[in-house]
Design a protein around this ligand. Structure first.
Ligand code: UDP
Ligand code: MG
Length: 342
């Protein structure tokens, strides 16, 4: 029976053919230098470029250390990480983006912090190299998040270079939520979290898979997934508006008694009405976000579908109740596993 590795690196991959080779070289060099046993779990999240073939090649180069989970479509970065979490064998689990924006050479810092006794170590990017609008959006969002969810202490939520102890990862994997934000989930379970500064590089090749729409969506997911603050805001706005309109009615009534009826002010009325309609629509949207999440969870559909897994010593490929192996692909999947089970 082979020994479980000490460190598991989990890497989500979506169309990263330009960087995979360099990632492999730098990541394995760093980990070899650390001198601890390790495994690397890549999840190919429905890439349409050569990433899949390249990952297969990486697995064949180091079949003992490199495992590849192949999704049958694109389920998003966090689900790709979750699939890795369900299958890790290490004691310290580190998530890393494939695009080399967080240099793998910084992994040693995280491992050191974990060995100092922390159960979650978040990295924050020192002098972040991203487009100005990403920096701005990210800054506002970090401030807004801290205000709405003071318990989620994270200098830099967008940085995915993070380390977790195995019990935290097992808890996250068993949460079974279909849309989640992993760093926030980890903090809700962490007993002794820490933050360390890491370097940040510009994307050396390829393009970011996030656009403005995806970023807004993802931030809505984060807020509605971890807080009911927006709902509370609407209750408060409702209370304030009711109080205000009550005072307004009293005022109009008194005015009518003293000065007599009025007909002017129609446009003011329109302005007030449009403002209130805007608030009501936004409020409905917020309620809809929560209902959408409830709907997603009650359906209990698989969170992602795995086409096949490339690994040498297969423990299990059945997954939990919220993920599945693609029925049509099962045979192919098993074949690949047999090939690599020498
Ligand atoms: N990624 C993924 N699925 C997606 C989008 C991204 O697995 O649908 C991966 C991507 O390959 C990378 C990481 O998630 O390893 C971060 O993505 P990206 O660099 O595009 O995001 P950014 O750094 O711009 O936030
Ligand atoms: Mg990136």
């Amino acid at each position: 029976m082979p020994q479980n590795p000490y460190i598991s690196i989990v890497v989500p991959v979506h169309n990263e053919q330009e960087v995979l080779e360099e990632l492999y070289t730098r990541l394995t060099a760093t980990l070899d230098k650390l001198g601890k046993s390790y495994e690397i779990l890549f999840t190919n999240d429905g890439s349409t470029d050569k990433s899949s073939a390249m990952l297969c090649d990486l697995h064949l180069r180091r079949p003992d250390q490199i495992r590849v989970i192949e999704f049958n479509g694109n389920y998003g970065q966090h689900m790709a990480i979750m699939a890795g979490f369900e299958r890790v064998r290490g004691e310290i689990i580190i998530t890393l983006d494939a695009d080399l924006q967080n240099p793998p050479e910084e992994i040693g810092k995280l491992v050191a912090a974990m060995e100092a006794g922390h159960d979650v170590v978040n990295a924050y990017r020192e002098n972040r190299q991203d487009s100005w609008w990403r920096l701005k959006v990210s800054k506002w969002h970090n401030q807004l998040r801290e205000w709405m969810m003071p318990k989620l202490k994270m200098k830099d939520e967008g940085c995915m270079l993070r380390a977790y102890r195995r019990n935290i990862v097992d808890l996250m994997a068993s949460t079974n939520e279909s849309s989640t934000f992993i760093p926030a989930l980890a903090l809700t379970y962490a007993a002794n979290p820490a933050e360390v500064g890491v370097a940040h590089a510009e994307r050396s090749a390829g393009t970011s898979s996030y656009n403005l729409y995806k970023l807004i969506r993802y931030n809505f997911d984060l807020v509605t997934g971890f807080s009911v603050f927006p709902l509370q805001v609407f209750t408060m706005i409702g209370v304030l508006i009711s109080l205000f309109s009550f005072a307004f009615v009293v005022f109009l009534f008194a005015r009518r008694l003293i000065i007599g009826p009025e007909v002017e002010g129609v446009f003011t009325l329109f302005a007030i009405m449009f403002f209130l309609i805007g608030i009501v629509l936004f409020g409905l949207g917020v309620v809809g976000e929560y209902i959408g999440r409830i709907y997603q969870e009650v359906r209990q559909r698989p969170r992602f579908v795995i086409k096949h897994i490339l690994e040498k010593n297969t423990i299990s490929s059945s997954g939990t109740k919220r993920d599945a192996i693609a029925p049509g692909e099962d045979a192919a999947g098993l074949k690949v596993q047999e090939q690599s089970t020498y």
